[in-house]
Design a protein around this ligand. Structure first.
Ligand code: NAD
Length: 298
């Protein structure tokens, strides 16, 4: 029962056995049917939006966050397919516990999204770098993500499958967008993903990261209030929206959630070690201040 495609003979049986389930799950519209995800930093912002997206695509989601009350409220709001576990990602035992809780509640862990993050920058200059601040930021953004990678791998490796995600940032791709601690931490995420992908691919586990540009979340608003003291929220929203370059769109949490859904699902079954930049093209070019075209072309 073979049939030829461009001179290559492919067994129908192989096609059916190998890809039907994946095609089914990606074409039904519920791309994470039966999957279980653990998302850190999901009490608010990007993590919360992603949790909602994953649930609407058939997943059960465990929200792990340091904000206990908000985390519980978020889980309640997201319905019976969401649960909350208190977790400070800087404590390895908390992260390990969150993974074990997910297994005991849901029997499996298919998707680990290391999203918890903080900014806490005190100086824009490396010349004034405060190593206490640096250690704090690295503790949450880098060590916290690595702990998530370590403990999710612990349960994914024996199953020979899984998808791990991390939130990096455009500030980790391009210089000049944030202070040194935050930028270094987000660059590190991209490096970690690349190096860990090399090991995990031999177990059938994929790992990728997402680099969003400015998204209006509590984290960004807090940072903007620090940079522009006394400026009102609507003005700060305007400032943020003007940083984008793509006409007619701003980067929103839903754009990151959509990227996470793609990377977590079988739609991305052959994508690993990748940094998916969600920035409307912002980091790919620099606008030049050129003379008007009629001067240029005379
Ligand atoms: P947010 O403030 O809405 O969410 C961050 C969440 O992380 C919060 O719920 C917070 O409680 C949690 N968190 C912080 N420290 C933690 C810890 N030690 N343990 C567990 N949870 C902790 O902000 P957000 O913008 O949604 O941030 C999510 C991720 O996106 C972060 O990694 C951030 O660096 C990254 N990011 C944000 C932007 C942006 O413009 N908002 C852009 C690029 C990347």
């Amino acid at each position: 029962c073979d049939f030829p495609i461009k001179n290559v003979s492919i067994s129908k049986a192989v096609v059916a056995a190998g890809s039907f389930n994946r095609r089914f799950s990606t074409e039904t519209g519920r791309k994470l049917e039966g999957k279980v995800a653990l998302i850190t930093g999901a009490a608010s912002g990007i993590g919360k939006e992603t949790a909602a997206k994953f649930i609407s695509n058939g997943a059960r989601v465990v929200i792990a966050d340091i904000q206990h009350q908000l985390g519980q409220e978020t889980a309640k709001q997201l319905g019976h397919n969401a649960s909350f576990i208190a977790c400070d990602v800087t404590k390895e035992s908390d992260v390990s516990n969150a993974v074990d809780f997910t297994i005991s509640e849901c029997n499996q862990l298919d998707i680990m999204y290391n999203n918890a993050g903080m900014i806490c920058e005190t100086s824009p200059s490396v010349a004034d770098l405060d190593f206490e601040v640096f250690n704090k930021v690295m503790g949450v953004n880098v060590r916290g993500a690595l702990a998530g990678i370590k403990h999710s791998s612990r349960v994914m490796i024996p199953r020979r499958s899984g998808s791990i995600l991390c939130t990096s940032s455009v500030t980790g791709v391009m210089g000049g967008l944030a202070g040194p601690s935050y930028s270094v931490s987000k660059s590190a995420i991209i490096g970690i993903v690349r190096s860990v992908a090399a090991e995990l691919c031999s177990y059938g586990i994929r790992i990728n990261c997402i680099s969003p540009s400015a998204v209006l979340t509590p984290l960004l608003m807090e940072e903007l209030h620090r940079i522009y003291p006394g400026v009102e929220d609507p003005q700060l929203v305007k400032i943020t929206q003007n940083t984008g370059a793509l006409l007619g769109a701003n980067c929103e949490a839903i754009d990151v959630a959509n990227a996470a859904l793609y990377l977590a699902s079988d739609d991305a079954k052959y994508v690993s070690g990748h940094n998916l930049v969600v920035d409307g093209g912002f980091t790919t070019f620099k606008t030049l201040s050129l003379p008007a075209p009629d001067i240029l072309f005379v």
